[in-house]
Design a protein around this ligand. Structure first.
Ligand SMILES: [Zn+2]
Length: 482
């Protein structure tokens, strides 16, 4: 046995070399690596564009693109995304580089406003192009227009954003190799990451460019990690931001003393109670989620889709459909109905986006309005907090009446910032509030919650077959009055 192992060890380097040579992966090959550099502390100029401005940690992306993927019409680009709202300035800066076929030989690089240093290298046999750039995390939280502290969500790549190097309209194989020190970051993704048995820092994921994984890096010292079981068979892995925001700055993250970190105990109770209540109400569900659920609670904006037409910001999201269950939400929303809202998404499916049977309005009723109503009613049951009153105040303040709701119901999108106007208030405030009103006239919110969950269960069990649940959705529309 020992002898055989020794031979294996001797052979291993050669086997590795051999596989490296014959690696016939023919897609976009991305390596994400974290490293430490104090270069910028020692020099006040940047002689080499491969250095970025972050004082300590940087992320380096290396993309290998087979030349055969590049044609006359190829346009590859990266984007820089900014969020700027009252309380937050989140910047997900990705280097902006556009390559067209004619530039390949002499790559033109436009320096973006922040970070990066793209380099183009050609392999010896010039059958692929290597592009390398560094990333720094300039995201920070704002207060009164002043930067407050550095986001410990060091890097966020969501599938909503333009993805690394995307060939517009093409579906290419995508392989991502993470070389991220476990001691420095929690790495989270909505797709399963394959581990390397020799090197725990190294993880890989295979996908396609039209359906890429989302992934996030969380600066480890700034988070508490707690694992516990919840409901019938969910194992929760919770990351809880533990930053002392009053003493942190752009260059320094101060951690809360561990003795004061009772917040995670409260969070655990909230999550467990929510899951238990959902499973109790949805006992007829054919498939109940089981296994790992990763949750991250951190104070920041998650992503933005920003182009000329559609702008949106999200403070909470459940990733459910790519293998890994992952919920990320803003910390200030944890004590609202948001945890229940995101957890409910794990249990119930929605009608297909391109289903001819359901109008966008009906689909958003099912996918968001009923979830928000259920979350608010359920949170009232488990914590005693009334979230309905603030919905009413919001509607009143903005003059969102039935006439405006009729108009918003005809929109194709469910967005706070679309060219057609805003419709998100219809699904997150107007409909839940009117269901709450209807509940007051017949049996109260607890009875209404049971009814709504029963509908979500039946819809999910039959894959939203309109011949089966169409009538029930019509009944809900009757109650809402639109
Ligand atoms: Zn939702």
């Amino acid at each position: 046995m020992k002898y055989a192992t020794a031979i294996m060890l001797l052979l291993l380097p050669f086997i590795w070399n051999a596989t490296a040579e014959v690696d016939d992966f023919n897609g976009i090959d991305l390596t994400v690596k974290a490293f430490y550099s104090d270069y910028i502390l020692k020099y006040d100029t940047i002689p080499d564009p491969t250095y970025t401005y972050h004082k300590t940690i940087q992320i380096r992306m290396t993309e290998k693109i087979p030349d055969k993927l590049l044609t006359d019409t190829t346009v590859m680009q990266l984007g820089e995304y900014y969020h700027y709202v009252t309380d937050y300035m989140g910047i997900f800066a990705l280097p902006w580089v556009e390559i067209s076929e004619k530039d390949i030989g002499n790559l033109k690089i436009e320096m973006p406003m922040l970070s990066v240093a793209p380099l183009r290298k050609q392999s010896g046999n010039t059958d692929y192009t290597l592009i390398r750039y560094s990333y720094l995390s300039p995201s920070c939280l704002m207060e009164d227009d002043e930067p407050l502290y550095q986001c410990p969500q060091f890097y966020a790549m969501t599938d909503f954003q333009n993805y690394v190097f995307v060939r517009k309209g093409e579906t290419d194989s995508l392989r991502i190799t993470f070389d991220i020190p476990e001691s420095l970051f929690y790495l989270r993704s909505d797709m399963a990451l394959a581990e390397n048995e020799y090197d725990p820092d190294r993880r890989t994921v295979s996908a396609t460019t039209d359906c890429p994984p989302s992934f996030f890096l969380y600066y480890k010292p700034a988070f508490l990690n707690k694992t516990f079981d919840a409901g019938k068979s969910l194992n929760i892995d919770l990351l809880w931001e533990n930053v002392d925001t009053t003493r942190s700055s752009l260059t320094n993250i101060e951690i809360m003393p561990l003795a004061k970190s009772t917040e995670t105990d409260t969070a655990q109770t909230v999550i467990k109670r929510t899951i238990e209540k959902i499973e109790q109400l949805a006992e007829d569900l054919d498939t109940v989620p089981s296994g790992k659920l990763e949750m991250v609670v951190t104070k920041q904006v998650l992503h933005g889709v920003m182009d000329t037409v559609d702008r949106s910001w999200t403070w909470g999201r459940a990733y459910t459909d790519k293998g890994n269950r992952l919920i990320i939400m803003d910390k200030s929303d944890f004590h609202t109905a948001m945890p229940a809202h995101e957890i409910l998404h794990l249990y119930f499916s929605v009608p297909e986006k391109d289903s001819p049977d359901w109008t966008p309005y009906e689909r958003f009723i099912v996918s968001e309005a009923l979830i928000e109503y259920s979350a608010t009613a359920l949170t009232a049951l488990t914590t005693g907090k009334d979230g309905f009153e603030s919905m009413f105040r919001y509607l009143e303040k903005n003059g969102y009446d039935r006439k405006a709701a009729m108009k918003a119901s005809e929109m194709e999108t469910n967005s706070a910032f679309s060219s057609e106007g805003s419709s998100s208030w219809l699904y997150y405030e107007y409909i839940p509030w009117h269901l709450h009103q209807a509940a007051q006239k017949s049996g109260g919110d607890e009875a209404m919650l049971e009814k709504v969950i029963r509908l979500l269960v039946r819809g999910t069990n039959c894959g939203w077959d309109k011949s089966i649940v169409g009538k029930d959705v019509a009944k809900i529309r009757n109650k809402i009055g639109i």
